[in-house]
Ligand binder design. Structure first.
Ligand code: NAD
Length: 505
């Protein structure tokens, strides 16, 4: 039987037509689209309406096994060190070009499946993915070892070799962009891949599988398996034939992955996990600019951003003015139909995520925090939530400690640097932070004391493909992006050359 096809006519919530999409939605294994051994499926939903979109194949451990064998064979015979690095670069550049040529369709699929605004998906997610493939294409033939002069009787050199078969598992918040962060450095360095997107948002990954086929990557180099976390995902992290797993998602699942790697073949693991990042507003900050960036810090992607500025600490001298301006700014956010050009905030990604956020809001109220703004559902259908500000919070409250992953921010005041640093670093996470001040010495001094993988000064949520990203503490292990990510996908081999020919005994 032919594998399933996904077909869709894009319409906004008012029924206006925005183009169409049609592609093969089977599991992409060894260069073919297949239904999967057990032909199991998972339903995907449009979060703007709450209505089902389609049924997508859900890979099982049997499909993972077939994909790992294909990836191993491809690694040994058609990829890795078997092809010139310039060829890997050529294919990656071509993939970037094809994604760019199909960017409107891919942005529409992202918007449809994830709920993010189409205009933002096109400008941020798609451009981010295109840039990432181009950036790592440029690296493919520039990954070198070193020559090390030891002494007159010996010299040594290192080789940076691909690791082998890599398993990659991604979340639903930036489906295509996260796919590019995974696929591009792994392919540039010569690894083969078994990739699993989130079961909630698989559409863009499946569409990219067709583009990978069109580019002409050798079969088996990239295998894309849609499926559920605790079946397909668990099978990837436990598989004895996978040499490394790269995971982005929650800290809870990150722990499972690490245990599973330890209990199987001790595969190498990199983790990009959750956060509860502080945005710090000093009393000398350019206030309107700080308000705007702080609103972007929590509002971007509906708060479903791992580095969201979900704890805002404001110097007590300007707290009241900041709160007034910040409230006005969040009230101005256009929440609604992702296909309207002026929409900034669409629905949360799923009913489960909607319920988790609403549950956190009700816990916040029960524990005595004040809902200063929002706190309710937006509209009557789909999974929309009002931008929400909590005040009167205490450090021990659940909403201050836990990642909410929605448009919910807690605001607290501070009086001096020592208190601020204590509050800001009081988290199991350490993904990101921001400091708003006009004083460069203060900015650098505070930045040095923050336990975070990224610190923004007078801005928020700005990411660049050539700048590393990753977390301190329970926000992760390793760094993605930039030159740093190449180390995630290479083994270093040290070679010692004896120049004397003399045996030791
Ligand atoms: P999640 O951990 O629930 O799922 C992530 C992926 O893991 C999905 O593909 C899922 O199917 C899979 N998975 C689930 N259970 C699994 C298991 N037992 N074994 C193997 N795989 C399994 O996370 P999510 O809800 O999709 O994403 C939100 C989380 O991701 C947030 O915590 C967010 O902070 C984090 N995130 C981090 C970064 C970063 O770069 N640090 C980026 C984006 C998202």
């Amino acid at each position: 039987m032919a594998p399933p096809n996904f077909e869709y006519d894009f319409k906004d919530l008012a029924g206006n037509f925005h183009g169409k999409s049609s592609f093969n939605s089977g599991l992409y294994i060894n260069g073919e689209f297949v239904e999967g051994v057990d032909k199991t499926t998972v339903e995907i939903v449009n979060p703007a309406t709450g209505k089902p979109l389609s049924n997508i194949p859900a890979a099982t451990d049997k499909d993972v096994d077939i994909a790992v064998k294909a990836a191993r064979e491809a690694f040994e015979t058609r990829w890795g060190t078997k092809v010139p690095p310039t060829e890997r670069a050529r294919l990656l550049f071509k993939l970037a070009d094809l994604i760019e040529a199909n960017a409107d369709e891919l942005a529409a699929l992202e918007s449809l499946n994830n709920g993010k605004a189409f205009a933002i998906a096109r400008a941020v997610d798609l451009q981010g993915a295109i840039d990432t493939f181009r950036y790592y294409a440029g690296w493919a033939d520039k990954v070198h070892g070193k020559t090390i002069e030891v002494n007159d009787t010996k010299f040594a050199y290192t080789r940076h070799e691909p690791i082998g078969v890599v398993g990659q598992i991604t979340p639903w918040n930036f489906p295509l962009w996260m796919l590019s962060w995974k696929l591009a450095p792994a392919l540039a360095t010569g690894n083969t891949i078994v990739f699993k997107p989130s079961e909630w948002t698989p559409l863009t990954a499946i569409r990219v599988a067709s583009l990978i086929e069109e580019v002409g990557f050798p079969r088996g180099v990239v295998n894309i398996l849609t499926g559920i976390g605790n079946t397909a995902g668990a099978a990837i992290s436990a598989h004895m034939g996978i040499d490394k797993v790269a995971f982005t998602g929650s800290t809870l699942v990150g722990r499972h992955i690490l245990k599973s790697a330890a209990n199987s073949n001790l595969k190498k693991v990199t983790l990009e996990l959750g956060g509860k990042s502080p945005a710090i507003i000093w009393d000398d900050a350019e206030l309107d600019t700080a308000v705007s960036w702080a609103a972007f810090g929590i509002g971007f992607n509906h708060g479903q951003t791992c580095c969201a500025g979900s704890r805002v600490f404001v110097h007590e001298k300007i707290y009241d003015t900041f709160l007034e301006k910040f409230t006005k700014k969040l009230k101005e956010i256009k929440v609604g139909d992702p296909f309207q050009p002026d929409t900034f905030q669409g629905p949360q990604v799923s009913e489960t995520q909607y319920n988790r956020i609403m549950n956190h809001i009700s816990i916040g109220k029960k524990e005595g925090a004040t809902v200063h703004l929002g706190g309710e559902r937006h509209g009557t259908e789909g999974f929309f939530i009002q931008p929400t500000i909590f005040t009167d919070v205490k450090p021990e409250m659940t909403i201050v400690k836990e990642e909410i992953f929605g448009p919910v921010v807690v605001l607290a005041r501070f009086n001096n640097e020592e208190e601020l640093i204590r509050l800001a670093n009081d988290s199991v996470y350490g993904l990101a932070a921001a400091v708003f001040t006009r004083d460069v010495s203060r900015a650098i001094g505070i930045t040095n004391r923050l336990k975070a993988g990224t610190v923004w000064v007078n801005c928020y949520n700005l990411l660049d493909v050539n700048v590393p990203f990753g977390g301190y503490k329970q926000s992760g292990i390793g760094r993605e992006c930039g030159e740093y990510a190449l180390a995630n996908y290479t083994e270093v081999k040290a070679v010692h050359i004896n120049l004397t020919g003399q045996p030791p005994i």
